[in-house]
Every structure is written in structure tokens, then in C-alpha cells.
Design a protein around this ligand. Structure first.
Ligand code: SIN
Ligand code: FE
Length: 315
């Protein structure tokens, strides 16, 4: 791991500078159904924009509660240890929740329905991804984001690309479907400059692994599998961005309020994002094998390979 630069603990306050207004990564969509009727041309445009790093934003795509499910907007169903209530793809029960057996069963039904709806959305809009996609975790996040006491590295109010220390992706992409399930409060995000511009600033400050490091981390259970150089560099990019308060404040960026009932899709390993405020959200992660990506210019793997002068996905 790189030595972390000295960082202040306070959440950065972006200064709204000249960069404000120059970036527009939000692509509004008219669809109101989880199996949208889009033409092949429309689907091709969506795929191109998504792979270029935009946010596909569906203001009318609402995920409906069944009677009684509204109670799960309350954070008291979180077990206190983890803020999120999670469902792994093949599990039949949620994790991180507390309540009666009926509550836990109802939570499972709700979160599972969101997983099914999100997967249907991706399969319908991006049929080319179907052979390459794997359903990963689903979460219900029923806690206010703002003001949480977390370390800078875990502080998602700082712009970052998603990358996990213990879970190397080996080039698999992180496709995420978010939904603001709160009936009243928007979910407020910041999104930042394109990945290529971000990489230009920070990749020169990253380094490769030492010989034997990937095997040792696996042996010591620091990682679930051997970490690739791709994962090692992505993790450093995550940390370098979060640690740099000047970058956080001054990078070209855009604040966006996702209203109640809105859905949005992003590659969260590519889009610089930060979640500033919001009370309740659902999220589905889908892993996508790298060969699913048709854009060989903008993906993190393509950018890193170009900058470092060698393919990133050879392990
Ligand atoms: C994140 O992925 O960084 C957090 C997204 C959110 O909670 O809105
Ligand atoms: Fe994130």
C-alpha cells in the first residue's frame, strides 16, 4: 500500500469555481418501465454513453413498495454494525439487518425484487452484456449519509472511483443501478472529470506491486484472491483522490440531486462520484467481464494500459 498522504479529517467543501457548469455527465432518459422499450439505435447510444463514463438517469423509473415495505426506510432495521442491509447474489437471507423473522423475510423479498428489477433493466437495455454479466450484491442503505463519522478512506462524500482492498476485480467492471427510495429527500451526488483526465493527474503517483506481494496478500487473507496490478493501481487512485482535498475542491465537477423515485446507472469504477446527502437508497452491483466493453478508449483498464505502456489485464 502507498503511504497515505497527510490528510485533514474534515469533509471537503467544494469551492464552486470556474469549473462549475463546464461538466455535464447526466443523461436523462424517458423510460418508466424496468423493461424499457428502446430501439436498437437508442440502446447503442445508451451503451456508448455509459461506457464513456456518463450517468444514465431515469427520473421516471420508480421502484414501488408493496404495502408495509415503507417501514424499511427506517434505519432501525440495520443491525448497527453495518449501515447497509445486504443481499449476496446467491443468498436466501439478508445480512446486516435486525428484526423479527417476518421483518427479515420481508426485507429479503424487497431487496430481492430490487435485484430482479435492476437485472431486468440491464438485460433489456444492454442485451450484448448478458453473456458477460454476473449478479453481485444488492443493498438497502437506510441511513443519512451526511455527517457520518468515517475515516477519510471510507468517506464516500469525497470524489472517488470504486475499488476494494480485499476484493480484487481482475478487470471485471462494476456496473451499478442506484435508486433513491426516499419519498421526500433527494440523493445529492457530485460527479467529477472523465477518468482519463483523473488518471493523468494521479497514475504517475501510483506504483506496481513488489515481487510476491499478490501471493503474500492472498496467503495472509488480506485479499480474497491474488490482486492484479490493475486492482493495485485502481486502489491507489481511489485513495489518492480521497486524500487530496485540493483536488476534491477544484477538480471540474457537477453536483446533481437525484429526486425521490429516480434510478441511475453508472460504471462506478470509472465515474468519479461522491454521495453528499440522502436518506435511503437501493443499489445493485453487476460484474461485467472486460470483454463486454466495446469502448477501448475510456475504460479504466484501457486508460491505465495506455498510460503504463502495457496491458493491465494480463495477470
Ligand atoms: C458510493 O458508491 O460511493 C455511495 C453511493 C451512495 O451511497 O449514494
Ligand atoms: Fe462509491
Amino acid at each position: 500500500m502507498p503511504a497515505a498522504p497527510a490528510v485533514a479529517t474534515a469533509t471537503p467543501t467544494p469551492t464552486r469555481s470556474a469549473s462549475e457548469g463546464t461538466l455535464d455527465l447526466i443523461r436523462p432518459q424517458p423510460y418508466a418501465d424496468w423493461a424499457p422499450q428502446a430501439t436498437p439505435e437508442e440502446r447503442a447510444t445508451l451503451r456508448r454513453e455509459l461506457e464513456q463514463g456518463a450517468v444514465l438517469y431515469f427520473p421516471k423509473l420508480k421502484f414501488h413498495f408493496q404495502p408495509g415495505e415503507e417501514r424499511f426506510l427506517d434505519s432501525r432495521y440495520s443491525d448497527g454494525k453495518s449501515k447497509n442491509i445486504n443481499l449476496r447474489a446467491d443468498d436466501t437471507a439478508v445480512r446486516g439487518a435486525q428484526g423479527s423473522p417476518q421483518d427479515l423475510s420481508d426485507l429479503y423479498t424487497l431487496i430481492r425484487r430490487y435485484a430482479d428489477s435492476s437485472e431486468l433493466l440491464i438485460r433489456t437495455l444492454f442485451p450484448e452484456y448478458i453473456p458477460h454479466m454476473t449478479r453481485a450484491g444488492t443493498s438497502l442503505r437506510p441511513s443519512e449519509i451526511a455527517g457520518r463519522p468515517v475515516s477519510w478512506r471510507k468517506d464516500d462524500t469525497r470524489l472517488h472511483v470504486d475499488s476494494f482492498p480485499s476484493n480484487p476485480m481482475l478487470g471485471k467492471r462494476l456496473l451499478r443501478v442506484f435508486h433513491n427510495i426516499d419519498p421526500a429527500a433527494p440523493r445529492v451526488w457530485r460527479v467529477g472529470e472523465p477518468f482519463g483526465d483523473f488518471a493523468q493527474k494521479f497514475v504517475p503517483r501510483t506504483h506496481g506491486m513488489w515481487p510476491g506481494q499478490a501471493a503474500l496478500m492472498k496467503l495472509l487473507h488480506i485479499t480474497k484472491r491474488r490482486r492484479s496490478e490493475y486492482d493495485h493501481r485502481m486502489l491507489q487512485l481511489h485513495d489518492l483522490a480521497k486524500a487530496d482535498l485540493d483536488y476534491q475542491a477544484n477538480v471540474p465537477q457537477q453536483e446533481f440531486h437525484f429526486p425521490p423515485g429516480a434510478t441511475w446507472i453508472v460504471f462506478s469504477d470509472q465515474l468519479l462520484h461522491a454521495a453528499m446527502r440522502g436518506r435511503a437508497m437501493m443499489e445493485q452491483t453487476i460484474y461485467l467481464a472486460p470483454q463486454a466493453i466495446s469502448d477501448h478508449t475510456h475504460s479504466p483498464e484501457a486508460v491505465l494500459s495506455r498510460m503504463l505502456g502495457r496491458p493491465m489485464l494480463v495477470s
